[in-house]
Each structure stands twice: as C-alpha cells, then as structure tokens.
Design a protein. Structure first.
Length: 371
C-alpha cells in the first residue's frame, strides 16, 4: 500500500516536471555565460560547406554530431511515448541518449518497458542508464547492475541534485556516504560511470575527487537552462518555501564556468550541458573544452510539439555555419578555433587560474597563460 502510494506520487511528480520544464519562467534566470565567448570570424576560408564533418566519438560509437539527449524521463505511459520519440531522433541522427531516473523501475519493475524501448530503437549510438545519488547509496551492486543490463545501457549516469531535493517538500535530506557509494560501484560495474548535475553546475574540486576514484566522464549540467529551484517552487505553491528558497534560483555555476572548471583536468571527458539551446552554443561549448554537449529541455519540448526533426536540422545547420566561419573542417579543428573570452567568464577563469584546453583561447583580463 505504502509502496503503491509512493509510485503514484513519483508518477505525478514526473508529469509535473515535464509540464513545468516547458514553461519559460522555469529557465534561467542566470545565463550560461557562453555569451562571453566570441569566435574570431574568418572572412576567407578554403572549404566547402558540404565537406564539413560534425562526427565525433563517444563511448565507443561514432556519432553524427557531438550531441547527447541527457536524462529526461521514464516510468509512465507518457514517458514511454516521449522516450520512443526521442530514441527515433537519436537513432536517425546518431546522437546519444540518456533515460530518466530509473527509480520508478526499482519501485515497480512493470515500468521497465518505458525505458527498454530506447535500446530497442537505438542501435548506432550510446544509451545511458540513470539513478540519483540518494538512491544509489541505498542500492546493492546487483540492483545497480540490473538497472544497466535491463536496458542494455553503455554507461550509467549518477545524478547529483542536492539543491532540488532540498527545495522539494518530499525530497531527500541525507546525503551521507554519497562519495563512498560512487567509489563502491565504479570498479564493479562493467560500463563507464558518468556523474552529472541537473542544472547547478560542476566544480573542478568535485570533478577532481571523482576522477581520482575512476570516474572518467562528467556531465556538468550548468546553470542557465532548466531551473529546478523554480520548478520545485512552482510545484510546492508554498509561500514559506518561496521565502526560504527563492534566493536560490540564481545559485550555481553557469555552464561555461562549469565547462572551464572541469575541462581544466587533463583527460577527463566533459559533457557540456545546461542551457545549450542552439548550434552556436554547441560550438562555443566545444571550443571552450567540452568533448560533447548535452541537452534536455529543448528535446522534450520539441518532441511534444512534434517539431523535433526541424529542431535538430536547425541546430546542426547552425553548428556547420559556425564551423565554416571559423575554418573548422571537423570537430577536432573546432576545438582549436580561435576564441576570445571576455566579461565575467574571463574573470572567473583568471581568478581560478584554470588551464584551458583550446590553445587559441585569448582571455581579456590577464596574460595569456594557456598552453
Ligand atoms: C523534464 C526533465 C526531467 C529530467 N529528469 C532527469 C532525471 O530523471 N535524471 C537526471 O539525471 N536528469 C534529469 N533532468 C536533467 C537534465 O538531464 C539536464 O541535466 C538539465 O535539465 C539541464 O539541461 P537543459 O538546460 O538542457 O534542460 C531532467 C530534465 C528535464 C527537462
């Protein structure tokens, strides 16, 4: 009885999250700070638009573009439909896809079909399993393996969402043993572990600690896109919650800062995400040091509006236009395209003395100290 009630409330929460994530007032209000990155326009290029190659490697697959659809949903009939439509797009364009939190699958294994549909459709790109840190700490290794194997995933994403849980009236409050929980599974699970945020970004310190125990991939999910404080406050409709948590709508590390923080660690794979909304954002994230980019809200929005093919064609064309205008024939050369970093992003990078991956990045506020 109690478990049934929990499933129902989780289902309702999933529905609310999708509906609220689509509302413009639950995006931002911080910006990604990608606006502080400026490509150096090249007026004379020696290449053909049709020769531009956006392919990139991720998790052993050759993707059509350096993009993944990050975790969104699972566990309900509507989630099944959304996952099916997203998977069709992912397979068509050979981009990666994550499923939403698999907690509903643990509470009710009958919901497995809503996740399994993704691998049924996607054959040419990676599928990523998903579980929250608060749940992970309570799971035995066999259950964690089941989450991955039941959907034939290529990697497991563990999401860190402390701020969202604190704002949520029914959220978790106890995060003791989180690091140890990741440490316990990282060597025992056969697939790579991705640790991701959900919209508050990632610090160098946290990424470094995770890298030291064998986590090789970080999805930064920075601030500037989907805002979980706004969403949870809209759900709670409590004046008291608004009074306490309203100020945290602007908490977190914007996406560009998060990418610079994590990419300053050699060899770590960086998924640049959080508020990535067009092809120019994608190009900037990559030139700043992201290996690939991730998007959630735009994909769910366009799937529900039945405009997802047009959306992806648009962002791919925009990405190729940027590549043309920066003389970048492929994604590897885009990583080295000259950029100038100004404003708050430049100040942050200088203050933290972050080493940039792009040898042609110029920063306004201090001597050029990148390698
Ligand atoms: C409707 C919705 C549901 C989400 N559910 C999950 C989830 O279950 N697990 C997770 O790790 N992230 C989840 N996210 C977070 C996204 O994967 C992503 O990190 C975040 O929304 C920032 O990207 P965006 O600004 O492109 O939306 C969800 C996002 C949306 C929009």
């Amino acid at each position: 009885m109690f478990q049934g009630a929990t499933i129902l409330s989780i289902e309702q929460r999933k529905e609310d999250h999708i509906d609220l994530a689509l509302k413009p007032e639950n995006q931002g209000p911080l910006t990604t700070l990608l606006e502080n990155i400026h490509f150096v326009h090249q007026p004379l290029v020696n290449m053909a638009f049709n020769d531009i190659d956006t392919s990139s490697e991720f998790l052993g697959y050759k993707l059509g573009a350096p993009i993944i659809i990050t975790a969104i949903t699972g566990g309900t009939r509507r989630a099944y439909e959304i996952n099916k439509a997203l998977a069709e797009v992912a397979e068509k364009y050979r981009i990666g896809m994550g499923v939403g939190s698999q907690r509903p699958m643990i509470l009710n294994p009958d919901t497995l079909y809503s996740y399994k549909i993704v691998r049924k459709i996607i054959r040419s790109a990676p599928v990523i399993a998903n579980i929250g840190i608060a749940q992970l700490a309570k799971l035995d290794i066999k259950t964690v393996e089941w989450l991955v194997e039941a959907i034939e995933a290529d990697a497991l994403a563990i999401h860190l969402n402390i701020l969202q849980e604190l704002v949520q009236l029914e959220g978790d409050r106890d995060f003791r043993g989180s690091f140890e929980a990741i440490q316990r599974i990282v060597d025992r699970i056969k697939v790579p572990i991705i640790v991701k945020e959900v919209g508050n970004g990632f610090s160098r310190e946290c990424a470094e600690a995770l890298y030291s125990i064998g986590v090789k991939i970080i999805d930064v999910a920075g601030a500037g896109g989907t805002n979980w404080v706004s969403i949870e406050l809209a759900r709670s409709r409590s004046n008291q919650s608004e009074k306490v948590f309203g100020i945290f709508k602007t908490w977190g590390l914007p996406t560009a800062i998060s990418i610079a923080e994590v990419a300053s660690i050699d060899n770590i794979v960086v998924i640049g995400s959080g508020g990535i909304r067009n092809g120019l954002d994608i190009a900037k994230a990559i030139a700043l040091g992201a290996d690939i980019v991730g998007m959630a809200q735009p994909f769910v929005k366009h799937v529900l509006e039945k405009t997802v093919d047009n959306f992806i064609e648009t962002i791919l064309t925009q990405l190729r236009v940027v590549m043309m205008l920066t003389q970048s024939k492929n994604i590897e050369s885009l990583r080295r395209a000259p950029i100038v970093i100004l404003g708050k992003l430049a100040s942050w990078i200088c203050a933290r003395r972050l080493k940039l991956r792009n040898p042609n990045a110029y920063i306004s506020c201090c001597d050029h100290y990148t390698v």
